[in-house]
Write a protein of this length. Structure first.
Lengths: 454, 298
């Protein structure tokens, strides 16, 4: 009996393997989506287009939203006309994605194109600028040179990257229905009003301010506003401020407002304005809480609106935004769109530039922007901004925006997000958090043989 | 004299050595060379694996690892984790082994069920338990449902208990494996020892302490060393459950090494790995030596 059972099982397994093989064969001759372990590969195949060359690209999963979906579908449909196909590999986002990118550079396992934080990040955080190809034949006439320099697409006077996606702005995103239910008719404009607002929200039984501490990077968002104040108070421009930080003339320990913003973020927990399970709660859970109205406010970048609009379209128009009113003059923190660079592993660099030329064009950017409205650098792109974007964008246009502090440093400051979580969990004191930023920066500067830290 | 000649003859014969060559080559290529390379790399600042970009750092990488404010936390947690999980796995593994060493209906089924967690992927197990141990996850909901609300906890985010929650998952996963090792030892004991003891009037406890325990010492030693080394090298369970958090409350040596590698400091990661190797050897070797001395020849 056992022998018959074993024989039957073997037969079933054998037949399954044959079936899988046949299915795979069929898939290669028709449109398909291939899901691989660790990353998703979205690619189109067709017999007719077999001779069209394919360019590979890698991006983070949280950057592959409706904009990319629309654009990659367009490229698939028009591959013959465009003269290329684009195979996009998607890897984890956040810290894990950064680690993977570093490992890929270290081991030489690179795609043709790579969407990351740009040449400056690749230079200072991964030390791999020599693996990036300077772009000679990409048309950037539809862009402002100043913006391309500010966003480090032009780096060391050389064009290395093209922007893709919209400029992100950090603010407080709130559920208008919940505010209305708590009797709050206008958004707070100073700190007292903000605390008053939290109290009213707490009374009606919702979480006033949602923290998603399991995804540690999200905890940093509130503290960004403090750094803006330190730059403002220094009387220096953002660039000059960071020149001093990057040459050991100024230190995190002197960023008093940054420190106070960290302390304030803990006070919000102590006052009971934050979800009690914040250390276990994730970025995804924050989107659900804000969309469903169990939480009233969430501090993050405009990308969180994209996520909510994608997952909960019915809640999208309920979401508004404002700048955290911590100081007399408040800034939103801006972050330029992600950069697509060409790596030295791209065998056909002429084709690589052709793809980048298309991706940078107003045609491609408009397809992307129509599917995912936002603030685009291409001057010919237009789209109607949702309210959550528009409010922060208006502040930006008034000059009330500053580049997020993490884009200014040359040497990495260590695991600030982990230390911050440790502080919020009560495991570390504020001075230790700040000291670690300085000591980790010093360690990394010394490792790079920077004489300013000798 | 005859013995000496025989030894010399044995040494001169190339045949036995030729049999060892394949294994020796595999061991050299897969273990010795990577370990030696890791040791060498630990003295360099490395951003990419291009030798021309390596910067000699002397013992700076070791100093940086030892200066890490979380180093002492990681050492404490690693030791705590290793001791707690070893005790848990051995106590439960031994109980289960004794249970399934008896003959009763369904014993084979029980053996399979107990062993099953060992074949599951660590990361998958971590993610499942992460969801179950969420403040509003299955464990707390069950406790609340049966009226034990006072026992609900922030299992993975309370810094005081998070490392024990991780240890619990490790014990759950590997108890069955320990059971199998000990069961093999139990089944190797000849029943005549027990029959003789019964004739001498020994009770159940006496049979366990004077026959079972000494005779399963080789298996027990194996289980202890595997548990300790596994506990000291823990990474995936902790990483998937807590990422070493909250903050660094559940940081262990493995997560410290991962953090060095993942931040692109490959030399520092190698230095941390070397320190872990020394740490494991310092604990595992004396333990093995101590327990080997207590083994009884069958």
């Amino acid at each position: 009996m056992r022998k018959i059972l074993a024989l039957l099982l073997t037969l079933v397994m054998f037949m399954s393997l044959i079936a899988c093989g046949v299915k795979q064969e069929k898939n290669t001759s028709q449109e398909s989506t291939v899901m691989n372990e660790g990353n998703n590969e979205k690619t189109s195949h067709s017999e007719e287009l077999a001779e069209i060359p394919t360019v590979t690209m890698l991006t983070f999963t949280d950057w592959y939203k409706s904009g990319w979906e629309a654009l990659s579908a367009y490229i698939d449909e028009h591959a013959e006309e465009l003269g290329f196909r684009l195979k996009i590999d998607i890897i984890a986002g956040g810290g894990e994605g950064e680690e993977l990118v570093r490992a890929k550079f270290a081991t030489g396992d690179l795609p043709d194109l790579l969407q990351t934080y740009g040449p400056k990040w690749l230079d200072h955080n991964a030390g791999v600028l020599d693996h990036i190809v300077p772009l000679q034949n990409v048309d950037i006439s539809e862009y402002s040179q100043d913006q391309l320099k500010e966003g480090h697409y032009i780096y060391n006077d050389q064009l290395y990257a093209v922007p893709m996606d919209s400029t992100s702005l950090v603010g407080i995103f709130y559920n208008k229905d919940v505010f209305a239910a708590a009797g709050i008719n206008t958004v707070p404009t100073n700190w007292e009003e903000f605390l008053d607002c939290c109290e009213k929200l707490k009374v009606i039984g919702v979480t006033p301010l949602y923290y998603s501490g399991a995804d540690t990077w999200t905890l940093q968002c509130i503290t960004h506003f403090g750094f803006n104040e330190d730059v403002e108070k220094s009387g220096l421009s953002y660039t000059d401020f960071w020149d001093e930080m990057n040459t050991n003339k100024r230190h995190y320990s002197e960023a008093i407002n940054f420190k106070n913003a960290i302390i304030m973020s803990k006070e919000m927990i102590d006052k009971g304005y934050v979800n009690s399970s914040f250390l276990s709660d994730t970025y995804d859970m924050a989107q659900t809480a804000l969309a469903e109205g169990t939480a009233a406010m969430y501090c993050n970048g405009t990308w969180v609106y994209d996520e909510i609009a994608g997952k909960y379209p019915q809640a999208a128009n309920k979401i508004g935004s404002f700048i955290l009113p911590l100081y007399k003059k408040n800034y939103t923190c801006s972050s330029m769109p992600g950069s697509i660079v060409m790596t030295t592993s791209c065998k056909d660099q002429v084709l690589g530039e052709k793809v980048l030329n298309f991706l940078a064009s107003s045609e491609a950017q408009q397809i992307y922007a129509t599917a995912q409205p936002g603030i685009y650098l291409n001057k010919k792109v237009s789209c109607e901004l949702p309210e959550a974007y528009q409010t922060l964008y208006d502040e930006m246009l008034k000059g009330n925006s500053m580049e997020v502090w993490q884009n200014g440093n040359v040497y990495h400051y260590g695991d600030y997000h982990i230390h911050l979580q440790d502080y919020l969990a009560g495991g570390m004191d504020i001075n230790q958090v700040i000291e670690l930023l300085d000591s980790d920066t010093a360690d990394n500067a010394k490792a790079a043989n920077d004489l300013n830290w000798k | 004299m005859k013995q000496k000649n025989l030894s010399r003859h044995k040494i001169k014969s190339p045949y036995p050595y030729s049999l060892v060559i394949p294994a020796f080559l595999a061991y050299t290529i897969l273990y010795v060379i990577p370990a030696a390379s890791g040791f060498l790399l630990s003295f360099f600042n490395i951003k990419t694996f291009k030798i021309s970009t390596f910067i000699f750092a002397g013992i700076e990488n070791y100093a940086t690892v030892l200066r890490n404010p979380y180093f002492s936390v990681a050492i404490k947690n690693t030791l705590l984790f290793a001791v707690f999980t070893t005790l848990g796995k051995l106590a439960l593994g031994m109980s289960l082994a004794l249970l399934v060493n008896n003959r009763f209906r369904g014993v084979n089924y029980m053996r399979t069920v107990f062993f099953l967690p060992a074949v599951l992927n660590n990361v998958a197990v971590g993610l499942v338990f992460r969801s179950m141990m969420h403040p509003i996850g299955l464990i707390n909901r069950t406790l609340t449902g049966i009226g034990l609300e006072t026992f609900t906890q922030n299992w993975l985010t309370n810094p005081k208990i998070a490392i024990f929650s991780c240890a619990f998952v490790e014990i759950w996963k590997w108890t069955g494996y320990t059971m199998v090792i000990l069961l093999a030892g139990l089944q190797a004991i000849d029943s005549t020892y027990y029959e003789a003891a019964e004739l001498d009037g020994a009770n159940r406890q006496q049979k366990f302490y004077f026959i079972t325990l000494p005779l399963i010492m080789p298996s027990f030693n194996n289980a202890v060393v595997i548990s300790i080394v596994g506990g000291l090298k823990v990474f995936d369970i902790v990483q998937s459950l807590t990422n070493g958090g909250p903050g660094n409350a559940t940081s262990v040596f493995g997560t410290l090494i991962y953090s060095s590698f993942s931040s692109g400091n490959y030399g520092r990661g190698c230095a941390a790995s070397m320190i872990l190797t020394i740490f494991v050897l310092l604990i595992a070797l004396p333990t093995n030596r101590f327990l080997s001395g207590k083994e009884v020849e069958l």
